[in-house]
Design a protein around this ligand. Structure first.
Ligand code: ZN
Ligand code: ZN
Ligand code: ZN
Ligand code: ZN
Ligand code: ZN
Ligand code: ZN
Ligand code: ZN
Length: 428
């Protein structure tokens, strides 16, 4: 067991007389060689060498000293010092100093031996009061213990490990007391039935097993305020008439069932609505897909043409007609509609579409609007139209049918056509 290092001054171990102190460095001659001048003035070897470098003389009597070789060693004094009685450094408490100026304090439990200085080095190594590290210092014990107290310390050191007798887990001695307050395997007494139960199973015991626990009657919600020990619970049910409470319970649960039925119906309805909504969405989605499909294939133009003062229009021959404003997508695909009130003088309305450029695969539909939309009159054709010629219906409708009575002419004497032109996008 390695000795802990110690730091001490010679003067702390004995009362030092002046002759043992170098007059230059003021230190005792402990473990130093002493040299003297011819007049017997002493100093330590180092101090002589340093002072002779500065001035070749004795610092005390000023006698000439040419070199260190002229001095003589004072062995008698060196030996005298070694015979000095000193106390053991392990007679102090705080032998491991914090700083140089710290004063050492005597320890009544320390070494009491008085030794000759020449034996000090040997004594220190074997002194029964020397300080050693605790055997558990690697586990964290910082204590410095006297060698002869080591066994006692080791047996008590709180950094030794200890096995919990209940759970067999290993803990430092310093934490095991705390562990005993928490150990789940430790048997503790149930405060209700006094049975010994493992601490970790106590909650379960109180919840489910312990017959001494006081519980409310199961009809507490319905008016029975009795508190009964679990083991007497069946008795309680037998002894006390619970009819009143039972009837309250039945009412309560009936109401609850009604609420649940209502909730259930609401939920079913919601589910139906959601299903329906989902179907609608699928249909909408398909419509949109179709529409997108159409859009990618065709372009469509829709507009209305209102003809005012219908009854005043008087077309007597083939060359008389009304022409709609030009309409269409752009300067290339422009159209107009010609309206003949009395084509070929046979009392029939004719409607023609005239494109400004040649059109292929064009669909044209025109609707004569009625006050009653069910009577709207529509005609459609799919065709291509050569440049300069029109396409339409010579006999669109009898002129006579256009009157206010059957709804084609408005009160302020107007008729209205709605027309739609659809062309394949890639046609032109
Ligand atoms: Zn000196
Ligand atoms: Zn001298
Ligand atoms: Zn000692
Ligand atoms: Zn220790
Ligand atoms: Zn334990
Ligand atoms: Zn219990
Ligand atoms: Zn009860």
């Amino acid at each position: 067991m390695s000795r802990e290092p110690i730091i001490f001054n010679f003067s702390e171990l004995t009362s030092v007389i002046d002759e043992y102190i170098c007059p230059i460095c003021m230190e005792t001659y402990y473990k130093k060689e002493i040299y003297q001048c011819r007049q017997g003035h002493c100093s330590c070897k180092d101090c002589w060498k340093k002072s002779l470098e500065i001035k070749k003389e004795c610092t005390q009597c000023k006698i000439r000293v040419n070199s260190f070789k002229n001095l003589s060693r004072t062995r008698q004094l060196e030996n005298l010092i070694l015979k000095t009685d000193v106390c053991c450094p392990y007679s102090f408490k705080n032998i491991i100093r914090v700083d140089e100026s710290e004063e050492l304090i005597k320890d009544s439990n320390g070494c009491k031996e008085i030794i000759k200085l020449e034996e000090l080095d040997n004594h220190i190594e074997i002194c029964g009061f020397r300080f050693v590290k605790c055997g558990y210092h690697k586990k964290g014990c910082k204590d410095k213990i006297r060698y002869n107290e080591n066994e006692i310390h080791i047996s008590e050191c709180e950094y030794q490990t200890s096995k919990c007798t209940h759970c067999s887990n290993v803990y430092l001695l310093k934490t095991i007391q705390q562990h005993y307050l928490e150990c789940h395997s430790m048997l503790i007494e149930c405060k209700e039935c006094n049975e010994k139960i493992k601490r970790g199973e106590m909650n379960n015991h109180l919840d489910k097993e312990c017959q001494e626990v006081i519980i409310p009657c199961k009809f507490s919600q319905f008016g029975c305020n009795d508190k009964i020990k679990k083991r007497k619970f069946e008795n309680h049910l037998d002894q006390i008439n619970h009819n009143k409470h039972l009837s309250m319970a039945i009412d309560h649960f009936n109401t609850a069932i009604e609420h649940l039925n209502i909730k259930n119906t609401q939920l079913s309805n919601s589910i139906n609505e959601l299903t329906k909504g989902k179907e609608d969405l699928i249909i909408k989605n398909n419509q949109l897909l179709n529409y997108i499909d159409k859009l990618t294939k065709c372009k469509e133009y829709k507009n209305n043409w209102i003809i005012s003062n219908y009854s005043k229009i008087n077309h007597n021959n083939n060359y008389e007609f009304l022409k709609s404003p030009q309409f269409g997508y752009d300067t290339k695909d422009l159209f107009d509609i010609k309206f003949f009130k009395n084509k070929d003088n046979v009392g029939k309305i004719a409607v023609y579409l005239f494109p400004a450029s040649e059109q292929k695969n064009l669909t044209f539909s025109i609707t004569l609007l009625n006050k009653d939309t069910k009577k709207n009159f529509t005609l459609t054709f799919n065709n291509y139209i050569k440049l300069g010629s029109g396409k339409g219906w010579l006999n669109f409708i009898e002129s006579d049918q256009l009157n206010k009575e059957n709804g084609y002419v408005t009160q302020d004497d107007k008729i209205e056509f709605e027309f739609t032109i659809t062309m394949p996008l890639l046609s032109n």
